[in-house]
Write a protein that binds this ligand. Structure first.
Ligand code: ATP
Ligand code: HMH
Length: 265
């Protein structure tokens, strides 16, 4: 049996709903062997981020080297990268190990408002990481920071996707989780647009939705699925995970990483 292998380069969420934990659960549910390089440890739960402890650069580089030189990486994703030095290191490692299918989730701020990326690191994201990425999946506030645009409509989302595409990344998905109405994401392939649609669920349990969505894309790309099939499966995965939330914790609870699999039984 040949198994697909995916690597997440991200922060640890002790609460289990976002970060490395969400990514590994998602890989597992999509039949992909999951590996991790941890960039920072967060003390976090559904109420917020209580502490952030970055891993030394050398340790992050060694984790990526260890995995890439032995087990192999069919696709990777990035999540919380904390600062500019980590972003540059990850960009260098992606080039060194020829990781072609890299999904960059440009994580900047947690749901409760805690910064997960230093503000001065935003330039490194644009100039160092996006040019080596295959796909990026900003939410609305992240797309606004990356482009300087104010995004209020689907037309604005498309314009933002185009401008982010000009930064050197092949595919861009501007996610509509932060808009009003249906949860519509815009996919841009450099020439044309597609939409991923779902109804919006009125729920506070959306902790880690972005992490889970980008991990599902990386998992499907690791299996060699065509792009639009991969993103459609990821949308179905996150929609089921939000729809059937677990109702645990006292704040923004985690999504349900079993839901997509169970709904297909
Ligand atoms: N309430 C909702 N109902 C249905 N789909 C949603 C809802 N909220 C988000 N989504 C979908 O979830 C996916 C993730 O989008 P979102 O904009 O929430 O990411 P994010 O803000 O990066 O998440 P996080 O920072 O919490 O990890 C998108 O496909 C989006 O459309
Ligand atoms: C570690 C980590 N990564 C990403 C997010 C964004 O959801 C979070 N809250 N925590």
């Amino acid at each position: 049996m040949k198994v697909a292998r995916a690597l997440t380069i991200a922060g640890s969420d002790s609460g289990g709903g976002a970060g490395i934990q969400a990514d590994l659960k998602t890989f597992q549910m999509l039949d992909v062997f999951g590996m991790s390089a941890i960039t920072a440890i967060t003390a976090q739960n559904t109420l917020g981020v209580h502490g952030i402890y970055p891993v030394p650069l050398e340790g992050i580089g060694l984790q990526i080297d260890a995995v890439a030189t032995d087990l192999g990486v069919d696709a990777a994703k990035t999540g919380m990268l904390a600062d500019a030095a980590i972003i540059r290191l990850v960009a260098d490692k992606v080039k060194e190990h020829n990781i072609e299918k890299l999904v960059v989730d440009p994580v900047m701020v947690a749901k409760g408002g805690a910064r997960l990326l230093q503000e001065q690191a935003q330039d490194a994201l644009i100039h160092d990481l996006l040019p080596v990425a295959f796909m990026t999946t900003p939410n609305i506030p992240e797309a606004e920071v990356l482009t300087g645009l104010s995004i209020r409509s689907l037309v604005d989302m498309k314009e933002a996707a185009k401008r982010i595409g000009d930064m050197g990344v092949k595919y861009v998905i501007v996610k509509g989780g932060h808009m009003q109405g249906d949860a519509i994401d815009i996919v841009f392939d450099g020439t044309s647009f597609e939409q991923l649609d779902s109804k919006r669920f009125e729920t506070p349990h959306t902790h880690g939705t972005g992490c889970t969505f980008s991990a599902a894309i990386a998992a499907e790309l690791a299996k060699g699925r065509p792009i639009f099939e991969a993103v459609a499966t990821a949308k179905a995965f996150i929609t089921a995970a939000i729809r059937e939330s677990l109702g645990i914790g006292h704040g923004h609870g985690p999504t349900n990483h079993w839901a997509y699999f169970r709904s297909n039984l």
